[in-house]
Design a protein around this ligand. Structure first.
Ligand code: SF4
Length: 316
């Protein structure tokens, strides 16, 4: 990659004192670990729309799909102010080339899911979406989003980071001259990555690229981008990943002894059963890719989708 991935983030997660009580919600994983690879674009809806710091706490009230943003004690309705600001802010963010957004969980402005919405009796239902998060996701439906709470789950974390790195590579391809050759090359490199998420998308994308010649190139790229981001959003499982691993053995048919193949199979089975992390079979495969100079596998992003020191494949 030629430049850093740009990620939107709720400002309080970076340790900035922008919360209603003048505090922050600093998330060390974001600043200390992920921050080594990304450039953050902070957004604090409540401070940026002019509600001040500190300010009265607020919450969502009314209809789950179109709630109002109301202060808790004095019941001032800030809905119109927030919606107008959010509409303008998402347009400004078009220029930021964001590959993802990390929202602050549970916030009536920034929460991306399961935010409390209070009914007329004052009873909450955890089914709402923060007002700015809703505007962002509607405006950028293909951009990966997560919240800092969900990112503590190692599988969700790996999935999100894989998506932002893939989207960045895709954007770099699109920043050059778009042509069928570039798309074929990108697809070839990412085949196994897609397969680990969705065999259905893997087949559809293969057909789209193979039959791409008569399709106007911009439309081809747009269709491919939708399928790519849809596929990667689907979670991979032990079974799906193990199927990709079993498929890899075929590339070493002539190189490996019966015993070495058996060893690989045993390790893949242990991974599939949940006893060892994905990094173990991947390291072994990468060893053979290097040793036998397997050109097709050497290009596969699935074998190196993100920096190893993020330790995203080390969990069972
Ligand atoms: S949750 Fe959102 S609105 Fe609240 S302080 Fe953090 S960034 Fe600002």
């Amino acid at each position: 990659m030629t430049e850093r991935i740009r990620l939107g983030v709720s400002t309080c997660l970076l340790g900035e004192n922008v919360r209603f009580d003048g505090g922050h919600k600093h998330d060390r994983f974001l600043t200390d670990t992920l921050g080594q690879y990304v450039e953050f674009v902070p957004v604090c809806p409540e401070a940026e729309c002019g509600l001040g710091i500190p300010r009265e706490a607020m919450r969502l009230v009314g209809d789950l799909e179109s709630p109002h943003l109301v202060t808790v004690r004095t019941h001032v309705d800030h809905t119109d102010r927030m919606l107008t600001w959010a509409g303008n802010r998402v347009k400004e963010l078009e220029k930021e080339d964001l590959c993802g957004f990390i929202f602050k969980s549970d916030s009536p402005s920034s929460g991306m899911e399961r935010v409390k919405v209070y009914n007329e009796k004052g009873m909450p239902e955890k089914k709402g979406v923060g007002m700015f998060a809703r505007a962002f996701m509607a405006h950028f439906p293909l951009i990966p989003v997560e919240d800092e709470g969900r990112l503590h789950d190692p599988r969700l974390r790996e999935n999100f980071i894989e998506r932002i790195f893939t989207l960045k590579r895709w954007r770099e391809l699109r920043s050059g001259k778009e042509g069928l050759g570039g798309l074929v090359d990108f697809h070839t490199r990412n085949k196994l990555l897609v397969l680990a998420h969705s065999e259905k998308h893997y087949r559809t994308m293969g057909k789209l690229v193979a039959g791409g010649k008569p399709i106007p190139v911009q439309s081809l790229y747009e269709q491919y981008e939708i399928l790519l981001m849809e596929a990667l959003r689907l979670r991979t499982t032990l079974k799906k990943s193990a199927n990709v691993l079993y498929h890899l053995i075929g590339y070493f048919k002539k190189n490996l002894s019966v015993d070495e193949k058996q060893e690989l199979l045993e390790i893949f089975d242990q991974y599939r059963a949940g006893y060892i992390p994905l990094i173990v079979p991947i390291t072994l495969i990468n060893h053979y890719v290097r040793k036998y100079q397997q050109p097709y596998l050497a290009k596969q992003t699935y074998l190196n989708p993100h920096p190893i020191d993020l330790q995203l494949r080390n969990h069972v």
